[in-house]
Design a protein around this ligand. Structure first.
Ligand code: ZN
Length: 481
């Protein structure tokens, strides 16, 4: 359904835009009331940014943001007006009144169809519109004047709502409006929660109960094989979530710079892997949940082709091959239709005893300058690769973190292990770098730079320097059974 009001109630002079032909058409800028907004935007569009000095540029940016904030409020008002008008038209036509939820859904669908918004975006815009439409006068005025941002306005309105029957409500509102000039939304939110607790000690408990109702997390598989996730957590759960993610967030190594989203994604992956490795997750028929990857025999032998993840489907062999160095393998014979006929006993590629020896010798990733602790590491094949029948012995195995394991496997580099010394070589035989094992406090620590010039080729500009000490991490993964 188009978002334009029902034809019986629409008055041409009230539309900020007029609808084009039919439901599929996008709204276009109208001439009513005078197109001044369009003119302003056109003017800004014509503005030559290279003619502005730094102050002019940042001034324009601030002005634009204030304009966008105000437009968001206006959009919210239009959306709510449309919603009300549709309800009125329904009533006038003698039709049954829609429930609040049904009305919400109808508006969200219209935003998706009419304005081309995605589902989550439509939900967010609609939620915001509802909140902004009900703003108390002083907050709306501050927002209109560009003194506060919509996020802050919503937060102050929520605080005012929580304390609406309290004699100090107006005082709190004024204090928060004042603080909003200098504090961002997160700091303002903390201030509001503390002040509410002082004024009404019962309120935080009630709010926590309401918050609990809105906790959510969703993991959705996309057709392209990815998994999208989103969610919201409160209170102790939120605290635990951040503690877990931060504990697993490691600094970048010079050869692997990441943006913050990538860093958090890696931390989440390590957190989940550690949880699975600890074996505390509920078992399924006595077997603890682990990655289950199906690899056709030919792919395994030829080291190329596709494997199959139980949950996500096709995976290139190159991506799963690092897993083979440290996993449990079972042989499964399938019939012509792909149904299993027989499955062998499971055998581990890295026995628990070898893992312990590796942890004692390597203490973490042995890649030059990497300080990943054992919990982040795989037992990687050393001088003789898995594909050449390399055995899992102490002199043919080295601890590498997931990132460096993948990097090593994807390269044609070689490694030499002699006692507790590990040297990496480039394909042309030049030494890439070496690393000494990390020692307990008091002993030798950190990595030695490789090469006679003290630089590590390919490791960036030599920034970072040798690592000192292991960062905190999880216990070594439990290996075996
Ligand atoms: Zn590493």
């Amino acid at each position: 359904m188009p978002i334009a009001p029902a034809p019986t109630t629409v008055r041409e002079d009230e539309g900020a835009y007029r609808a084009t032909d039919g439901a599929a058409g996008r709204p276009e800028w109208g001439d009513e009331p005078d197109g001044s907004l369009r003119l302003t935007i056109d003017g800004l569009w014509e503005q030559r940014l290279d003619e502005l000095d730094d102050r002019g540029l940042s001034g324009t940016l601030e002005e634009l943001q204030a304009g966008i904030d105000q437009l968001e409020v206006l959009r919210g008002r239009v959306i709510m007006a449309v919603r009300e008008r549709r309800a009125a038209a329904r009533a006038a036509a003698g039709r049954r009144e829609l429930s609040e939820r049904a009305q919400d859904r109808e508006v969200r669908e219209q935003l998706e169809e009419r304005l081309g918004m995605s589902g989550p975006e439509a939900a967010r815009v609609h939620r915001q519109s509802k909140a902004l439409a009900e703003l108390p006068g002083p907050i709306a005025a501050a927002l209109r004047a560009g003194r506060i941002r919509p996020e802050q306005a919503q937060l102050i309105a929520d605080a005012a709502r929580q304390l609406k029957d309290h004699p100090e409500c107006d005082t709190l509102l004024a204090e928060l409006l004042e603080a909003a000039q200098t504090e961002d939304a997160v700091a303002l939110g903390r201030r509001a929660r503390r002040r509410i607790a002082e004024l009404d000690p019962q309120e935080p408990d009630k709010q926590a109960e309401r918050n609990r109702e809105t906790r959510r997390a969703s993991f959705r598989q996309d057709p392209d094989g990815s998994v999208r996730f989103s969610g919201q957590a409160w209170g102790v759960e939120a605290e635990r979530l951040l503690t877990g993610i931060r504990a697993f967030t490691r600094p970048d190594t010079p050869d692997n710079p990441r943006n913050s989203g990538q860093r958090t994604a890696d931390a989440l992956d390590d957190l989940v892997a550690a949880a699975l490795e600890r074996g505390t997750a509920p078992t399924e028929h006595g077997i603890r949940p682990q990655l289950l990857i199906l690899i056709p025999w030919q792919t395994l032998v030829e080291r190329e082709g596709m494997a199959e993840g139980i949950h996500t489907g096709p995976l290139p062999f190159s991506e799963v091959s690092p897993l083979l160095d440290d996993c449990a393998i079972a042989c499964c014979v399938l019939d012509r239709d792909g149904a299993p006929i027989e499955t062998s006993e499971v055998s581990r590629t890295v026995p628990a005893s070898l893992w312990r020896e590796l942890v004692v010798r390597d203490r973490g990733c042995r890649w030059p300058k990497c300080d990943a602790p054992p919990g982040f590491c795989d037992a990687a094949h050393g001088p003789i690769a898995f594909r050449h029948g390399g055995p899992f012995t102490l002199d043919n195995t080295v601890l590498l973190c997931r990132h460096h394991h993948q990097r090593f496997d994807a390269s044609d580099m070689t490694v030499r292990i002699a006692g507790d010394r590990v040297d990496f070589f480039l394909p042309d035989g030049t030494r890439f770098g070496s690393s000494a094992p990390r020692r307990p406090p008091g002993g030798r620590r950190g990595a030695e730079p490789g090469g006679s010039d003290g630089s590590v080729p390919g490791d960036g500009s030599g920034s970072g320097g040798p690592s000192t000490g292991a960062s905190g991490g999880p216990d070594p993964p439990g290996v075996g059974s």
